[in-house]
Ligand binder design. Structure first.
Ligand SMILES: *Cc1c(COP(=O)(O)O)cnc(C)c1O
Length: 481
C-alpha cells in the first residue's frame, strides 16, 4: 500500500510513501494529510467470510492491506491483541439494541480512558514503539488537547523508552476527570504542561514546534492527533464489526456519528469505499455546526467556537475534512492546496456541482444545542434505560431525525462513557454516573504537571532540556528517584 498527500503535486512530486513513514510523520510536509493511493477492496463474498470473527481477528484482516509488510503477521497480531487486551470487554466494542427501535448503540468507550480515541491510540502507541525499537530510534510526540485526546495518547505511550510525550492543555479549562486522567500518569516519558491560555493557544504552540523544521527533525516530532492516518485505519474496523453483526453484506446499515474533527465519520466513509454496504451517515454537530452548514449549502465558513456540553466537538475547523474534500476535488492535490490556502485567508470554501450532490446523498448533517442534548440524555434513559454521555446524545437525537428507511438499522456511535461527563449527565437525568471500578481512585491519585506561559520559546527549551537529560543516563536516574 502506498500513501499520498491530499496536497500531492503542490510542492513538487515526492514519491508515495509506505505505512511506516506516514505513521511516523503524521502530517505531510506539504501541509496535507496522508491517505492511501487506492482503497483496498473487499468483495461481498470476502465480507461474508468475516462474519463471526473475534474483534481482534477482524481488526487484523481489515488492517492488513493498509500496513502491508510493515510488521510480520505474528507481530501485527500480537500488537492488536495487546492493544485490545487493555479494554474492559473482549468484545472491545459491544453493540446494544435500543429496544426494537432499530437503533443500536456501538459502545466504543471501554478502553483505559473511557473515550473512543483509545480504540485507535492503544494500537498506534504499540505500532510506533515496535517500529522505533526495530529502527533503534526515538520519537517525541507534541500534542495539544482540549480533553480526550491527551489522556488517550498518554495512556497509549506511557513508560515506553522509545517515545516521550509532551501534552499541552489549557490551564483550568479541562474537566477534573479529563485533567486527572493525564496528570496522574507519573511515567518518566510523560510531560504534562498546563498552559496559561486557551486550547487554540495550545494548538498554536504545538504547531509552532512542527513548523520549526530544524527542531522537528532534531527531536523526530510525531503527531498522534486524528490527522495521523493510522488512527483512521484502526477506526475502520468497528464499522465492519457493527455492520457484520447487523446483517452485512446482505443488509445495508446506517451510522450516526457525533463529530468534531471528522476523523471518526471519515473512517466510516473509508469502510464504505472498501465495499461495506452503508446506506448513509448522519454527521452530528453541537452548536459549533460548521460541518452541518457545509453539507446544507456547499459552503464552509468559519465562525467562533462556543463552549458546549460536548466539549470534544467544540471545533472550528475539522482537520480531517480535507480528506473528504480531496475526493470532492476529484483527487486533484494542486487544486485542493490552492483552495485550502484561500480558505485560510478568506475563511470561506465553496464546493458545487454533481460531486456535492453525490456527497449529500451519503451524508445527512444536523445540529443539536445544549438544551436538546440534555433532553436527549433524559429521553434515552426513560425510553431504553441507557445512560449516555453528551456527545453520544447528539448522535442519538440526530439519528432519529435522519432515519431514511425504517428497515435499515441505524448504529449510533457511543463515543464516551457517561462517567467522563458526570455534571452534564446529572443535570439531564438527576443521577450522577460512577467511574468504573478500575478508575475508582482517580480523584485521590497524586498529580504532576508543569505550568507554562503561552510562549513557544519556553516550550522549546523545556523539550530540549528534558531530552538532553534523558540522553545523559546519570541525570535521568537522578530525575527518576
Ligand atoms: C474526539 C471526540 C469526538 C469527535 O470525534 P472526531 O473524530 O474528532 O470527529 C466525539 N466524541 C468524543 C467523546 C470525543 O472524544
Amino acid at each position: 500500500m502506498r500513501y499520498i498527500s491530499t496536497r500531492h503535486g503542490s510542492q513538487g512530486n515526492p514519491a508515495p510513501l509506505g505505512f511506516e513513514d506516514i505513521m511516523l510523520a503524521g502530517l505531510a510536509r506539504d501541509g496535507g494529510l496522508y491517505l492511501p493511493a487506492e482503497w483496498p477492496q473487499f468483495s461481498k463474498a470476502e465480507i461474508a467470510a468475516l462474519k463471526g470473527l473475534s474483534y481482534t481477528e477482524l481488526a487484523f484482516r481489515i488492517m492488513k492491506p493498509f500496513v502491508g509488510d510493515t510488521f510480520d503477521d505474528t507481530t501485527f497480531r500480537r500488537l492488536i491483541g495487546e492493544a485490545y487486551a487493555s479494554f474492559e470487554t473482549p468484545e472491545v466494542a459491544p453493540l446494544k439494541p435500543l429496544g426494537d427501535s432499530g437503533l443500536h448503540l456501538l459502545e466504543l468507550f471501554h478502553g483505559p480512558t473511557l473515550a473512543f480515541k483509545d480504540v485507535a491510540l492503544q494500537l498506534l502507541g504499540r505500532m510506533l514503539d515496535q517500529t522505533l525499537t526495530t529502527r533503534g530510534q526515538h520519537a517525541t510526540i507534541v500534542g495539544a488537547t482540549s480533553g480526550d485526546t491527551g489522556s488517550a495518547a498518554i495512556e497509549a505511550v506511557r513508560d515506553r523508552k522509545t517515545i516521550d510525550i509532551f501534552m499541552l492543555f489549557p490551564h483550568g479549562r479541562v474537566s477534573e476527570v479529563q485533567r486527572r486522567q493525564m496528570t496522574t500518569v507519573l511515567a518518566p516519558n510523560v510531560h504534562n504542561i498546563a498552559v496559561q491560555g486557551t486550547f487554540d493557544d495550545c494548538q498554536d504552540l504545538a504547531k509552532a514546534c512542527f513548523n520549526d523544521l530544524a527542531f522537528r527533525d532534531r527531536h523526530a516530532l510525531t503527531a498522534v492527533n486524528s490527522i495521523n492516518f493510522a488512527r483512521v485505519m484502526a477506526q475502520i474496523v468497528y464499522y465492519f464489526w457493527a455492520a457484520l453483526k447487523l446483517g452485512a453484506p446482505e443488509r445495508p446499515v446506517a451510522f450516526s456519528v457525533p463529530s468534531g474533527n471528522f476523523g471518526n465519520v471519515y473512517a466510516g466513509y473509508a469502510a464504505k469505499q472498501m465495499g461495506l454496504p452503508i446506506s448513509h451517515f448522519v454527521v452530528g454537530a453541537n452548536s459549533n455546526d460548521i460541518l452541518a452548514r457545509f453539507f446544507e449549502s456547499g459552503t464552509m465558513t468559519t465562525s467562533g467556537v462556543v463552549p458546549t456540553l460536548s466539549p470534544s466537538m467544540d471545533i472550528q475547523i475539522s482537520s480531517n475534512f480535507e480528506r473528504l474534500l480531496f475526493d470532492l476535488y476529484e483527487r486533484d492535490g494542486v487544486a485542493l492546496a490552492d483552495a485550502m490556502t484561500a480558505f485560510r485567508s478568506t475563511g470561506t470554501l465553496k464546493v458545487g456541482g454533481s460531486l456535492l450532490a453525490g456527497v449529500r446523498e451519503l451524508f445527512d448533517a444536523g445540529r443539536l444545542d445544549d438544551a436538546g442534548t440534555l433532553a436527549a440524555m433524559k429521553d434515552c434513559l426513560a425510553r431504553f434505560g441507557e445512560t449516555i454521555d453528551p456527545h453520544t446524545a447528539v448522535g442519538y437525537a440526530l439519528a432519529q431525525q435522519h432515519r431514511r428507511d425504517p428497515a435499515i438499522p441505524m448504529v449510533v456511535l457511543a463515543t464516551a462513557h457517561p462517567a467522563k461527563f458526570p455534571d452534564a449527565v446529572e443535570k439531564a437525568t438527576g443521577r450522577r454516573p460512577r467511574l468504573p471500578e478500575r478508575l475508582g481512585d482517580l480523584l485521590e491519585r497524586a498529580e504532576r504537571a508543569d505550568g507554562m506561559p503561552n510562549d513557544v520559546a519556553a516550550l522549546k527549551s523545556m523539550i530540549d532540556e528534558r531530552r538532553e537529560m534523558a540522553a545523559a543516563p546519570a541525570a535521568r536516574n537522578k530525575v527518576r528517584t
